[in-house]
Design a protein around this ligand. Structure first.
Ligand code: GLN
Length: 447
């Protein structure tokens, strides 16, 4: 009830939720009460959370913040949704996001952008901006997000949250509406590593319904939070501290390095020379996959359908012209071009090769360290309108996060201070594949 009251009071200002399910939340809370009384609770039983609006929720509108899915009510739950429900979490509603998770500022949402509780003239980041605004504004205790190129970590950094993108394959993508299938991965957005560990515990694990899900044991993440980082080797990649990084962000991350040193960790300089190629590589691969994934929105099976189609081509083209926003259309065109015969070798194949190099170079650097520490975002929260008309500027905000998706590794953002305007600064921890436990403990030691 307290969270529903907060939503009532502040959602108009923050636009964090696009759908609020007060009745469903009250019913789930009653069920949680009964479960707690029966001694059958998990740490999540009764925890009020928000789901990014691309996790299918049975019977509850799931829009991807796109006009093409604006009235879509899924007949089934995503695996993430189901698992969190089974643990007893209470779903308050669905959070705002960039349309189909394409964006870094939440400005591509068909519902208008969510706003940053730290300064409502500024973006909460994206694409999981509504989840970030909801948790940071205390409209939810925690939230789910997804991260294809930074969409959990960057909004977490911009709103003072602890957010984790799991290893590709760690969390099932079943029922998570696809953007770029080889990069998309879910994770928790929370107020601490302790909370993130509890959520990840419930979300992670093999799922036969997702062919890319990894069949590996899931450790006890809360038990891993010893706070001990003595002897931990923390890699500092030089390429993440170069041009384009705001001075105050650099200073805050360097201060965090000193804290870790004091805690007994060892700082190891490492090198990731192909870092500069991450953005161009991603902006071939992600649009290519998006163009294939989004071909299913044809006005036939579900979602928006144009009025009075004259024939099949007219149905497709008007439905899609009306349903998709400008950024999504840009990606579909870029991706279709990159995959077209004659250009495939020059762009798509080349990008796949670059991706392999980036991934290999992480593997090489991880021979020298256990985790890496970098800034999450080159700047703190920027103002609405600042980058939305310059796609390249917007794409560059993910310069430190995208490589991690290309390599399939787990990444995390946690707060490490404030700039002189009082805006939160985040730092990023990058881990070895499937080693979320070390990331969480490294964050916990700092917190
Ligand atoms: N900002 C990046 C993009 O627009 C990443 C988004 C994401 O991680 N979903 O594609």
């Amino acid at each position: 009830d307290a969270y529903l009251a907060r939503i009532e009071q502040d959602n108009g200002r923050l636009n964090a939720y696009v759908t609020v399910d007060a009745d469903g939340a009250r019913a789930a809370a009653d069920a949680a009460d009964a479960r707690i009384a029966a001694g059958d609770a998990t740490p999540l039983t009764g925890a009020p959370i928000a789901h990014k609006d691309l996790f299918c929720t049975q019977g509850l509108r799931t829009t991807c913040c796109s006009n093409i899915l604006k009235e879509y009510i899924p007949p089934y739950d995503a695996t993430v949704t189901r698992k969190l429900k089974e643990a007893g979490a209470v779903i308050l509603g669905k959070s705002n996001m960039d349309e189909f998770a394409m964006g870094s500022s939440n400005e591509t949402s068909c519902f208008g952008a969510a706003r940053n509780p730290w300064d409502t003239e500024r973006t909460p980041g994206g694409s999981s901006g509504g989840s970030a605004a909801a948790v940071s504004g205390a409209l939810a205790a925690a939230a789910t997000g997804t991260d294809t190129g930074g969409s959990i970590r960057q909004p977490s950094a911009l709103t003072n949250l602890t957010g984790l993108k799991a290893t590709y394959g760690r969390i099932s993508r079943f029922g998570m509406i696809a953007f770029a299938s080889s990069l998309d991965q879910a994770g928790p957005m929370a107020r601490s590593a302790e909370d993130a560990a509890i959520l990840l515990q419930a979300m992670a694990g093999h799922d036969p319904a997702d062919s890319t899900s990894i069949n590996a044991p899931v450790p006890d993440y809360s038990a891993a939070l010893t706070g001990d980082v003595k002897g931990l080797k923390i890699g500092i990649p030089a390429e993440y501290f170069g041009e384009g990084l705001e001075a105050e962000t650099r200073a805050a991350v360097e201060q965090a390095q000193a804290v870790y040193k004091q805690l007994g960790a060892e700082l190891v300089p490492v090198s990731l020379p192909n870092t500069d190629y991450a953005i161009p590589t991603y902006y071939i691969l992600a649009p290519a996959e998006c163009s294939a994934n989004l071909s299913r929105y044809d006005g036939v099976k579900y979602g928006h359908r144009c009025e009075d189609p004259q024939d099949l081509t007219d149905l497709y083209s008007r439905t899609r012209a009306e349903g998709f926003g400008a950024e999504v259309k840009r990606r579909i065109m870029l991706g279709t071009y990159a995959l077209s015969s004659g250009y495939y070798d020059a762009y798509y194949r080349k990008a796949q090769k670059a991706r392999r190099l980036i991934s290999n170079e992480f593997a090489e650097a991880f021979k020298q360290c256990d985790v890496m520490l970098t800034p999450t975002s080159p700047s703190t929260a920027f103002k609405f309108g600042e980058k939305i008309n310059d796609p390249v500027q917007m794409y560059l905000t993910d310069i430190f996060t995208i490589n991690v998706n290309l390599a399939g590794l787990p990444g995390m953002s946690l707060p490490c201070g404030f700039d002189s305007q009082g805006l939160p600064i985040g730092m990023q921890l990058i881990g070895k594949a499937l080693d979320e436990a070390t990331l969480l403990n490294t964050a916990h030691a700092y917190q």
